[in-house]
Write a protein that binds this ligand. Structure first.
Ligand SMILES: [Zn+2]
Length: 96
């Protein structure tokens, strides 16, 4: 399972080198989870969503608010998600 490969933007990466990011409708990262822990693997956005929203009701709320679950490479995570967690991204400006 540790050798599972994924394609992001046409490139192939080991899933273990990527990160799932939970982002709001503006694309601002609000959560992050590693796809591989022990024998368990998070391979789809639906599985990633369950990590943050275990109940059906929570997932329905996510969908209503346009929450997204995206698989990012380590580099993409540094570029796109890290500034959000540090409060230095531009998403908040556009959200208002
Ligand atoms: Zn952001």
């Amino acid at each position: 399972m540790a050798d599972l490969m994924v394609q992001i933007d046409g490139e192939t990466y080991p899933l273990a080198d990527c990160f799932w990011v939970r982002a709001n409708s503006a694309g601002c990262a609000v959560g992050s989870v590693h796809p591989v822990f022990g024998d368990d693997v998070i391979a789809t956005p639906q599985q990633a969503q369950r990590e943050f929203s275990p109940t059906k009701r929570q997932r329905a709320s996510d969908d209503k608010h346009g929450m997204q679950h995206l698989l990012l490479t380590r580099q993409q995570w540094d570029e796109q998600a890290k500034p959000c967690f540090l409060g230095r991204c531009n998403h908040r400006l556009t959200v208002g």
